[in-house]
Ligand binder design. Sequence first.
Ligand code: HAM
Length: 421
Amino acid sequence: MAENFKKFKIPSGMKDILPADAYLWQEIEDKARAAFNLYGYKPLRTPLLEEEGLFNRSLGNETEIVKKQMFVIRHGEDTYALRPEATAGVVRAYIENNLDKTDSFVKLYYFGPMFRAERPQKGRLRQFHHIGAEALGSNSPYLDSEIISLIKHILDALGISGYELKLNSLGCPEDKQKLSRILQDRLKDETEKLCPDCNERLNRNVFRVLDCKNENCKQVVSRLSLAPENYLCPECSEHFSAVKKNLDKLNINYTLSPHLVRGLDYYNRTIFEISHKDLGAQDALGAGGRYDNLIFELGGPKSGAVGFALGIERLLLVAGCRPAAAGQTKVFVVTLGEEAKKEGFQVLDKLREADIASDMDYENKSLKGQMRKANDLKVKFTILIGDEELKKQSLLLKDMASGAQEEISLDRSVEEIKKRL
Ligand code: HAM
């Protein structure tokens, strides 16, 4: 009969996170949450769906994400997209909920799934998860350094080392224009070596040539000599110097990477990427930077912002597998017969009300089977209830380490067990 039923498979590039791994995820999230609390960031949850236009506008029409990777959902007249990243949604929420008026400066963090229709491979999924933060409403270079220090704090807490922080500055919109012209000028004689996409990008958005994965394009790009001094205005240069000086003072190592431009259009001034040598082709653990014009471009006030996101799946690849911190059941209720089970079920409820993690058998196991289960769960105590105990309105409490048993009256059972835990 079963062969008539279709067995469904998980969509390509997506993963079930089974309990043993999910404990590890919780640990990562707990450590990140502790770091966010320490640095004064508050939690924010935004929807997984946003209007498609929000992403086109924020990330840029010429980006790989918008052109090729968005999961678009049409519903009636409306077109939504599953969020490929969270920064745009956070800025939308900041403006829509008037956070700029109540708090002017606000530091927010989030965890959650992002969706990009990429070709799946190791470390590259279609549903992946971000730990991210956005600080909105300030141009201070201290904030850029704080965000980077916060990332380091999280990576340290997860015991991750061997990563490299790549740093660059794109400057203000005028500087970006200047950089764009420098790039166009340097690349105009290389058009034959560039892929057809990059030939188009040359005029439409030349920065995207620097992110191209095509080997020939990568070679052309690697030969380009670029330096922020050639395009940063005095204010942006000063901002970048302050960020670097603050990082030096905090003993945070970085590599100046003039080729780093990041694959999203909203960035300006400081940008960074954290790569890890053990990650292979998809080597970015996380990334971020400033986006001082996005709030204004989405209808909010003219105020600066900076943020980052770390990919949880990639953190897991380098954090190594540590033992999962499973929730520990302390007491297992073993019963013999239906009446005893009814009584046991009530005791179980009282134990849980008293905050004692406890469980019982739901598979009609034999006495031996129930004891085996209690052993597997490594509980401290088992409670045994059979006909004899029912008659006496008592239970047998067995200490699993010593094997010692004692009889306790049912009405005092919870407080007696609590004393012994
Ligand atoms: P992003 O560089 O696109 O930045 O993504 C951040 C991180 O997410 C990457 O470094 C990587 O670890 C992970 N990631 C990205 N795509 C995938 C994928 N397909 N599979 C697995 N992991 C992936 C952003 O999204 C920006 N919103 C970061 C930001 C926040 N900038 C300012 N604020």
